[in-house]
Design a protein around this ligand. Structure first.
Ligand SMILES: O=C(O)CCC(=O)C(=O)O
Length: 279
């Protein structure tokens, strides 16, 4: 069996990990300052530069998609040392001819009182895009997420909840007997077996998207601020069709660019591109 550490064991067992205190204070302050500067009156589907407000549902809160365009603090999350090697191993087709990562969705989320996220996903769905997989000494996950807490997330704050181990579940949890649309309408929801993940500002939740997850209703005043980046194999595509702008691709580091654009477009007239067998 390949080398693995306790965190590998826990990730395989539970489908998630808490990475404590991984964002340094100045980076955390820069991310929070960026949140302070978001236009609060941005309407649903309205654009702010390359960023679009696209709340996943009426209840989740304000979600700003394509957030990596919102400044250096967000660019620095692309290949953050606290998780990037883990992402490469979990979902980057590591040690294969097609190894590489891609961020297929990145967004900022602000959850205020009353907001929640209905439970969704689970091993029973068997979707390849976000599957959990491990075989022959290598991970083969389709999607692994990092959720970075910018505020402390305590009980009642609208924190993420997960059903530990459900990334391998063969059965749908009874909560999924209701449609997603119906789950979005619920004012409150008790989910047997789910735990609410608490996080300190600057800590992060790494989780397989195959785990059954959502978020509890925020009952406290104030707001929960998080940034979520979803990673998958380099051959993936963005979930909602967003593109990373040329200006962004030009200003990030080569390593970051390789994650935002692992497959360089091959257009008529171009003589160079990714060749067979190239790194
Ligand atoms: O907001 C959260 O904590 C969970 C978000 C979520 O479930 C998702 O984006 O799939």
């Amino acid at each position: 069996m390949a080398d693995h550490d306790l965190q590998d064991y826990m990730f395989d067992l539970n489908g998630f990990l808490v990475l404590e205190n991984v964002i340094d204070p100045s980076h955390l302050a820069a991310l929070n300052a960026a949140f302070d500067a978001f236009p609060q009156d941005l309407g649903f589907r309205e654009w702010w530069g390359d960023v679009q407000r696209l709340d996943n549902n009426d209840r989740a809160g304000m979600e700003l998609q394509n957030i990596v365009h919102a400044g250096k603090a967000f660019e620095d999350l692309i290949d953050h040392p606290a998780w990037i090697d883990r992402m490469r191993r979990h979902c980057g087709e590591d040690q294969t001819w097609i190894q590489g990562l891609f961020i297929d969705e990145c967004f900022a989320s602000i959850r205020r009182t009353g907001g929640f996220f209905p439970m969704h996903s689970g091993g029973h769905e068997r979707a390849v895009r976000n599957q959990y997989g491990y075989a022959d000494g290598r991970w083969q996950c389709g999607q692994v997420n990092i959720l970075v807490a910018l505020t402390d997330i305590n009980p009642g704050d609208g924190g993420t909840r997960v059903i530990p181990g459900s990334h391998k579940s063969s059965f749908a949890h009874p909560v999924f007997r209701q449609s997603y649309a119906d789950r979005c309408k619920l004012e409150d929801e008790t989910v047997e077996g789910a735990i609410e993940v608490t996080l300190k500002a600057g800590s992060a939740l790494l989780f397989s998207d195959a785990i059954s997850h959502g978020a509890t209703r925020r009952i406290n005043p104030g707001e929960r601020r998080v940034v979520i980046y979803r990673y998958g194999p380099g051959w993936g595509n963005t979930r909602y069709g967003y593109r990373y702008s040329q200006a962004l691709l030009d200003r990030v580091t080569p390593a970051q660019r390789a994650i935002l654009q692992p497959v360089v477009p091959r257009l008529p007239g171009m003589s160079k591109g990714l060749e067979r067998g190239a790194e």
